[in-house]
Ligand binder design. Structure first.
Ligand SMILES: [Zn+2]
Length: 73
């Protein structure tokens, strides 16, 4: 049994977080934009969207809301 092959097969070819491009099927979920459109995101970006208290209207806005906005230094 090759674990690598199993994992690769389990990953949906079309599924990837629109924010970070994570393709790990185990963490992928989805969130909804303002107009109800379903977009694929990973678990952490789903939470980040929820925590932002703003519903993104576009994927671009979603990226801005949930993106890596680390205030470093
Ligand atoms: Zn993500």
């Amino acid at each position: 049994m090759r674990m690598e092959n199993l994992e690769r097969r389990a990953a949906p070819s079309s599924g990837a977080c629109v924010v970070c491009n994570c393709t790990d099927a185990r963490v992928l979920s989805f969130t909804r934009l303002m107009d109800g459109e379903r977009v694929t995101v990973c678990g952490s970006h789903k939470i980040a969207h929820r925590r932002s208290e703003t519903i993104a209207r576009t994927i671009e806005e979603l990226r801005q809301l949930t993106g890596e906005r680390r205030k470093s230094a």
